[in-house]
Write a protein that binds this ligand. Structure first.
Ligand code: ADP
Length: 631
């Protein structure tokens, strides 16, 4: 039904698109050629979808029209036109797809790009804002589109990329989408054949449909994943990676896998060099594309690898899977789960090899994707292999960058040591100040430093490695360390609190002052340098785990714990003197309150800053009086 006389309807771009267009047109003129890549990639997607519809048995418009991309260049009139015979769009689809940014990350994208223009072209492709890049080179854009659905009309979309666009009905057109770009004064180069051919060769060589410039095909269509490894060059792997990621970054590593049993498939899998999740982007979409007999049946297929490996990018192609498989049945498909099992094992094997043969590269991998891999502790089938890939910073290292595997830790363990010790904290500095570390330091026992909450979950869930139990350093009893490395007679004598009975009395007095805030006060055998520490009562969880659970249940109270005091510390010795002189001495009460505040702070709580500061300032006043007196 032709309705070309109809008055075009005007729509405003959404605010974020206006902002994006502004950035694209005014800031990103380096590398403008990527708009060609973006339009070709959209055309290829549209063709993939149309072909998929046809395979599924849907009735599509113009079924005899070959799946192709045509680029027509008009040097005289400075025009660039790209036409595909793909899926096309209805009016609603035009408004929804071209008028709004569908992806939730778009606001983030705009923020990031605004301060970081060089990375712009890289980010555009990743964020699905590709179409708008056309306005970097075009002063006016006209889209004519005819849906694959034979019942739909054709539509025309027009905009100069400033604030608004119009849509109107058009005469019936062949299936697909035609985008006509009137080039800006300073972008006339994009109407030259040699220039465009060069761009296509650089970015779009792997597009699996013929790309014809002014009628002449310029790309070679090949599925490199189906070729034998020996015939694919390193550069081709890199090119292909850039193609599937729509970016210019090179991968960290790749694997080329072909399998005949238990199921036939070929695959190329890449490990990217950087992880967007690490710099605050939301959880990434799965990056594997499923092909059946060289035809893309599902991009970003989430069933080909477990979720913790979502950062991998690549393709899987199998002859054995039915072409018309749907998203819903994929998940239950036995063949797919077999492929997933094989791929997961291959990937873990590849990482193991990398760790052994290229430790520096593996360290780089761990820095980027370690956090993702840690989620894999829930993969029971592969858990043993995954745990061996974990790396930790520990007390045997000199700085935060050094890492150890659990296997290496076990090799360094003391002869009678049966546990793997760890301690959690927000940084190396914080952990090293933790009084619980003192007795390990004294005995020269290694403690792993954990910096992320997921580490605690992993330790508590997994419980052991190689028959050695994981133990949080703040839950270990000093006696159990004596069994590993017995103290010398001398040490034992020095460590025993000098005046046991009096110290026990002091403990009782402290408990009396602090009341229900603590469960018990006792002399400590674990401390060397600190006056006191809080210890979780027997059998309960580590301090860090307790904090995680409290965060989850929004509970900010300090849980009652055991307070241990160090009889050899000058502060405790002085308190003992005060106590012996007068058990009710007010100054003793004050000191106990302040000591309690300090151990609570060290334990990672900040219950009542006003009280803490008031106590501290009172002490300052006392000591200043003494200073003045001694002047
Ligand atoms: P992305 O391709 O990453 O989704 P774009 O801004 O490039 O982001 O395109 C937005 C949407 O517009 C696409 O997802 C698609 O639905 C639609 N689109 C773009 N170009 C075409 C085309 N040639 N044929 C059909 N639909 C298209």
């Amino acid at each position: 039904m032709a309705q070309t006389k109809e008055k075009p309807k005007r729509y405003q771009f959404k605010a974020e698109i206006k902002q994006l267009l502004d950035i694209l047109v005014h800031s990103l003129y380096t590398n403008r050629e990527i708009f060609v890549r973006e339009l070709v990639s959209n055309a290829a997607d549209a063709l993939d979808k149309a072909r998929f519809e046809e395979i599924r048995g849907s009735k599509i418009a113009d079924p005899d029209l070959p799946f192709e991309i045509h680029i027509d260049l008009d040097e005289e009139n400075k025009k660039f036109t790209i036409t595909d015979t793909g899926i096309g769009m209805s009016r609603e689809e035009l408004v929804a797809n071209i008028g709004t940014i569908a992806h939730s990350g778009s606001a983030d994208f705009i923020k990031k790009i605004a301060g970081n223009e060089q990375q712009g072209p890289e980010l555009i492709g990743q964020f699905g804002v590709g179409f708008y890049s056309v306005f970097m080179a075009g002063s006016e854009v006209l889209i004519t589109t005819q849906s694959h659905d034979p019942k739909e009309d054709a539509f025309q979309w027009r905009s100069d990329g400033t604030g608004s666009y119009t849509i109107k009905n058009a005469d019936k057109a062949p299936r697909g989408t035609k985008i006509e770009v009137t080039l800006r004064e300073d972008a006339h180069e994009f109407s030259e054949k040699a220039r465009i051919e060069n761009v296509i060769k650089r970015y779009s060589n792997f597009v699996p449909f013929p790309i014809k410039i002014n009628g002449e095909q310029v790309n070679t269509i090949s599925a490199i994943w189906r070729e034998p490894k020996s015939s694919v060059k390193k550069d081709q792997y890199i090119e292909f990676y850039k193609f599937i990621t729509n970016g210019s970054e090179e991968p960290l590593s790749h694997m080329h896998i072909s399998s005949d049993a238990p199921i036939q498939f070929s695959s190329i899998i890449y490990i990217p060099a950087t992880n967007p999740e690490m710099i605050g982007f939301p959880m990434q979409e799965e990056g594997m594309n499923l092909f059946v007999k060289r035809i893309l049946v599902q991009p970003n297929c989430k069933d080909l690898l477990p979720n913790y490996l979502r950062f991998l990018r690549g393709v899987v192609d199998s002859e054995d899977i039915p072409l018309n498989i749907s998203r819903e049945t994929l998940q239950e498909n036995l063949l797919i789960s077999k492929i997933r099992n094989v791929l997961t094992k291959k990937v873990l094997g590849h990482l193991k090899d990398m760790a052994e043969k290229e430790p520096d590269k593996y360290a780089e991998f761990w820095k980027q994707f370690g956090r993702n891999l840690k989620e894999g502790y829930t993969d029971f089938m592969n858990r043993d292999e995954i745990i061996k890939l974990f790396r930790f910073n520990s007390s045997s290292h000199e700085n935060e960058d050094q890492l150890t595997s659990l296997e290496e830790y076990v090799k360094r363990m003391a002869e009678n040591q049966n546990s793997i010790y760890y301690l959690s904290g927000s940084s190396r500095e914080v952990i090293q100040q933790n009084p619980h570390l003192e007795m390990f330091r004294k005995k020269g026992l290694e403690v792993l430093y954990l910096y992320e909450p997921i580490d605690e979950f992993f330790m508590t869930n997994t419980q052991e490695f190689d028959g050695k139990k994981f133990a949080s350093a703040d839950q270990v009893e000093p006696e159990s360390l004596d069994e590993i490395k017995a103290e010398s007679e001398e040490d034992a004598k020095n460590n025993r609190p000098k005046d046991d009975r009096k110290l026990a009395d002091l403990c009782a007095r402290i408990k009396n002052i602090l009341g229900d805030r603590i469960t018990e006060v006792k002399p400590s055998a674990r401390l060397t340098d600190s006056p006191a520490v809080l210890v979780n009562p027997d059998g309960s969880m580590s301090a860090q785990m307790q904090k995680i659970m409290q965060t989850i249940s929004k509970d900010s109270n300090v849980p009652p714990k055991v307070m241990e005091i160090n009889g050899k510390h000058p502060l405790i010795k002085n308190m003992l003197k005060l106590y012996t002189n007068n058990p009710k001495d007010k100054r003793l009460t004050k000191t106990v309150e302040n000591l309690y505040h300090s151990v609570v702070l060290l334990d990672g709580y900040l219950p009542d800053p006003h009280k803490i500061v008031a106590g501290l300032q009172e002490l300052l006043l006392d000591s200043s009086k003494l200073y003045v007196k001694s002047q």
